[in-house]
Every structure is written in C-alpha cells, then in structure tokens.
Design a protein around this ligand. Structure first.
Ligand SMILES: [Zn+2]
Length: 277
C-alpha cells in the first residue's frame, strides 16, 4: 500500500516561508493498493493538490472523511474531478452529528461559495455507512473499521487493511479528553492501533500547551508517542501540526524524539511525502 501526504497541517492552512518544508495544507492523505485502487482520507486543502493524481483515474473516486470541521472539507470544491461530467464520486461521512452528513456539499451553498453543489456536473453520492469495529466494510481493495474519536462534534478514526498491511488514521483525536467527548479511553486506542504498520495520529500540541487547550480535540506529541509505543506500531506519522509550529520547530522536536531512542520508527508528516508499506 502506497501512502501520499497532501495535507498535514491542523486547523487552518499556514502558507509562508516558515512552514514551506513540512507544508501548510490541511489534512488529505491518499492510499493506493498494489492493484492501483485509491482511497482518499479527508478533503482538507491538500485535496486540491491531489487532483492531478486523479486526472485519468477510473471511477469511482472514494473519499473517507474523519469529520466535518472546515479544515477537513475545504479542498473539495477545488478537487478538479468534481467538475468533470458524470464522474462518480462517493463520500463517506464521519460519525458526527447525523443531520450534518452532507456538510461537504453544504459548504457549496448559500453565500459560502460561488459555485453551488447542485451545479456540479459530477455524480456525488454521500454514503452514510455504519463502520464498526466488528466487521470491516469493503471499499474496493480496502477493508475499513472505525472508532468514534474524542473530538468536539465527534468523528471517525479508521483502521484500514489493504495488501496485508494495516494503516490507522486518527485525526483529530484527543487521547486525554474532558468527559463531554470522552468516547474511548487510552486502552481502547491502544487496541485500535495495535500492530499497525503505519499509525497516522494527531499530535498538534506540546505538553505545556495542553492545559490551555484541553477539550479542543487534539493530542500532545508525547501522548501520541506513548500510544504508538503501547500499541506496538511499526511506524508513526505525527500529524495535524499546530498552525504555529514552524519547520524549524518540527526539526528540533524530531531531534529531541530521536534522542529518546524509541523502539519504533517515526516522522513528522510532511506534505508531498510518499512511502510504501
Ligand atoms: Zn476537528
């Protein structure tokens, strides 16, 4: 399974020279199976950059959303296949507020956006799906299980099996949340991420920022490192970088984590990076 990061930034795009190396686009990751089937994870502003990869892609195009906060949807109106007549695009909404399943289209309505979703020539299906832990749902070559995230308004983390490899995608997820969005405890997350070949997990904050940002729905880097350790993951991608985190900050943090001599590999997710599991 090939994994390409198109957007790795949390909350808001952060263009500028201080974020140019790791990237300023918001979440979008594209998976590709050995047979060439693709699955898009989230439709943040990074999805615009993924358009080229889908120029000649056979349909349908499948998009799996973690949740519907702006930074996970805003690339959709700039994803060029939506303007291609009769292209079939299926969007799987995250487990948030049920009446908001169409949020990705609603952003192209009223006075929010100049082109309204009903003007799009592509065929877009919002496919509400009960992903669960017990039975995986098959989307082409990908078998998908889900767990509700600890995040304001909810959302879904996904455990995806493809080509005998396991990838877990969990952003935005707060590992030590306040009671109002504490859907799953740390041990539940350890079990969900267990033995993943790649864990992509939210790591937006530093420990000294957590007091002020408790309940905002993100985790600290150190909590995420602990999760990867306990879950025996092979490779960790620290994801959803804080808008204030510069490239130099992330380089410094990388050096500090390397000094801990972890027994698994890690990296801070970087826009444009591809790897094969
Ligand atoms: Zn969010």
């Amino acid at each position: 399974m090939k994994v390409t990061f198109y957007g790795v930034r949390g909350s808001i795009p952060t263009p500028g020279k201080e974020t140019a190396r790791y990237g300023g686009n918001t979440p979008c990751v594209v998976l590709e199976s050995l047979s060439g089937q693709k699955l898009i994870l989230d439709a943040g502003t990074g999805l615009r950059l993924a358009s080229e990869e889908f120029a000649d892609y056979p349909e349908p195009i499948n998009i799996l959303l973690s949740h519907h906060h702006w930074d996970h949807l805003q690339g959709f109106p700039f994803f060029t296949p939506v303007f291609k007549p009769d292209t079939n695009i299926t969007v799987y909404p995250g487990a948030t507020i049920p009446e908001h399943d169409t949020a990705i289209l609603d952003q192209m309505s009223k006075s929010y956006f100049p082109i309204k979703f009903h003007q799009l020539p592509s065929n877009i299906t919002i496919k509400k799906t009960n992903f669960s832990l017990d039975t995986g749902v098959e989307i082409g070559d990908f078998t998908v299980q889900a767990l509700t995230m600890n995040h304001p308004d909810g959302g879904s983390a996904y455990r995806i099996l493809c080509d005998d490899k396991i990838l877990v995608y969990a952003t935005d997820n707060e590992l030590s949340p306040p009671e109002q969005h504490n859907h799953h405890n740390f041990i539940d997350w350890v079990n969900f991420c267990n033995d993943a070949d790649l864990l992509i997990h939210d790591a937006q904050y530093l420990d000294n920022e957590m007091d002020q940002k408790l309940g905002w729905g993100h985790s600290s880097i150190s909590e995420t490192l602990e999760l990867a350790q306990q879950a025996d993951v092979k490779l960790l991608a620290l994801f959803s970088h804080d808008p204030l985190r510069t490239d130099d900050n992330l380089d410094d943090l990388t050096a500090k984590i390397i000094a801990k001599k972890l027994n698994y590999s890690f990296f801070f997710a970087k826009e444009g990076r591809s790897l094969t599991l």
